[in-house]
Design a protein around this ligand. Structure first.
Ligand SMILES: Cc1ncc(COP(=O)(O)O)c(C=O)c1O
Length: 381
């Protein structure tokens, strides 16, 4: 199988090897060293002096950790809803008894900081603004840095960011920008299987945490912080994932984070070049480098295309959800991906489009696109 979805992603062969090593206990000096190194590495990826916690939960658990550790019942929050994952935070807020103000943004568009600023002026009792850095259901990149400018000097309002398809894929320096809570997920730019989420709080967010009364137990970051201060995790730790994380972080930081960002962006540019050559329209008006979403040719059901690629060729990409279902394809740029994997995908897509829309496609068109993409790859080493 070739995973070219926006998470989970293809694994590096060395990660696969590390994951199959004999198990060790998580309360051993050997694991303590790995755990400490991984937490230090994460601080560099997050661009923070604060602690970054490794939670044995998927990304959604990390989202919940940010929410339940900072807020109290009845608090008013502003949630940017521009796709499935924005909806998730709004739902979560309601489940926990928060007063949720939704800022609905049309799918495919980024939030305008001016709208957030206006709402914050109108409703000064908003305690936290929630937004995705990249909304994976649309491929949009939101202007996190500009949002942080609206909240960083206000001690009463936090900015909590879902960086699950952004952290590690593009710069998201938490301290420098003034992000108060940031969550990332192992199955994205960290190139691991699903199962870990990483979360961090700013000093301002820790002040909120001191007063927060929402119920929490497993995701209680104070408890986790106390354990980390002794070099331990609060609960059992998925040792294989943390060992593999340690390897990925060591490699990435040795080669430089900028190289990882560059590789991911290069794949995004290659995919946009494919879309241009194929005459396809990008779905996101401000596309993220971590994934590319484009509309399928008129009359072509994107769901059928993705099923064909998966069932007949063992290549996984994603279609659209809800209002974008059947209309878009989403291709991930994170993980262990080689140029030939990308070129294979574009050839398969060309042939799938030819089958679905023979009036607009031909073998000749596919050959020309393939040749142009190969030249693009050679020209952009
Ligand atoms: C932006 C974003 N937020 C949240 C999630 C949820 O993460 P998980 O499925 O790991 O719980 C995802 C998963 O794709 C995501 O892309």
């Amino acid at each position: 199988m070739l995973l070219l979805a926006p998470g989970p992603v293809n694994l590096h062969p060395e990660v696969q090897r590390i994951l199959s090593l004999p198990m060790i206990h998580h309360r051993t000096p050997e694991f303590d060293a790995i755990f400490a190194r991984a937490r230090q590495g994460l601080k560099r990826v997050f661009g923070t002096q604060e602690d970054v916690f490794l939670l044995a939960t998927t990304g959604s658990g990390g989202m919940e950790a940010l929410l339940v550790n900072t807020l109290s019942p009845g608090d008013k929050i502003l949630v940017v809803v521009s796709g499935k994952f924005g909806e998730r935070w709004a739902e979560m807020g309601r489940v926990f008894g928060l007063r949720v103000v939704e800022l609905n943004v049309p799918w495919g568009e980024a939030v305008q900081p001016g709208q957030v600023a206006a709402l914050l002026r109108q409703e000064p009792d908003i305690r936290a603004v929630f937004c995705q850095a990249c909304e994976t259901s649309t491929g949009v990149l939101h202007p996190v840095r500009e949002l942080a400018r609206l909240t960083r000097d206000n001690p009463d309002t936090l900015l909590l960011i879902d960086g699950i398809t952004a952290v590690g894929a593009l710069p998201m320096p938490m301290d420098e920008w003034g992000i108060d809570g940031l969550v990332a997920g192992s199955q994205k730019a960290f190139m691991l299987p699903t199962g870990l989420s990483f979360v961090s709080l700013s000093k301002k967010a820790w002040a909120f945490a001191e007063k927060s009364t929402l119920p929490k137990y497993y995701l209680d970051l104070k408890r986790e912080r106390k354990a980390n201060q002794k070099g331990e995790s609060a609960y059992s730790t998925p040792v294989p994932l943390v060992r593999a994380l340690d390897w990925v972080l060591s490699q990435t930081l040795q080669e430089g984070l900028a190289n990882l960002y560059r590789d991911i962006e290069r794949r995004a540019l290659l995919t946009r070049e494919f879309a241009r050559l194929a005459g396809l329209t990008l779905y996101a008006k401000s596309p993220s480098p971590s994934l590319t979403a484009f509309l399928t040719p008129a009359g072509v059901d994107s769901q059928k295309i993705r099923e064909e690629l998966e069932l007949q060729h063992g290549v996984t990409i994603m279609g659209g959800q809800d209002q974008a279902r059947g209309k878009i394809l989403r291709i991930g740029h994170m993980g262990y991906i080689r140029d030939e994997d990308m070129l294979k995908l574009f050839d398969l897509l060309g042939h799938a489009f030819l089958k679905a829309a023979p009036a607009d496609w031909s073998e000749d068109k596919i050959t020309k696109i393939n040749r142009a993409l190969r030249l693009w790859v050679e020209a952009h080493p």
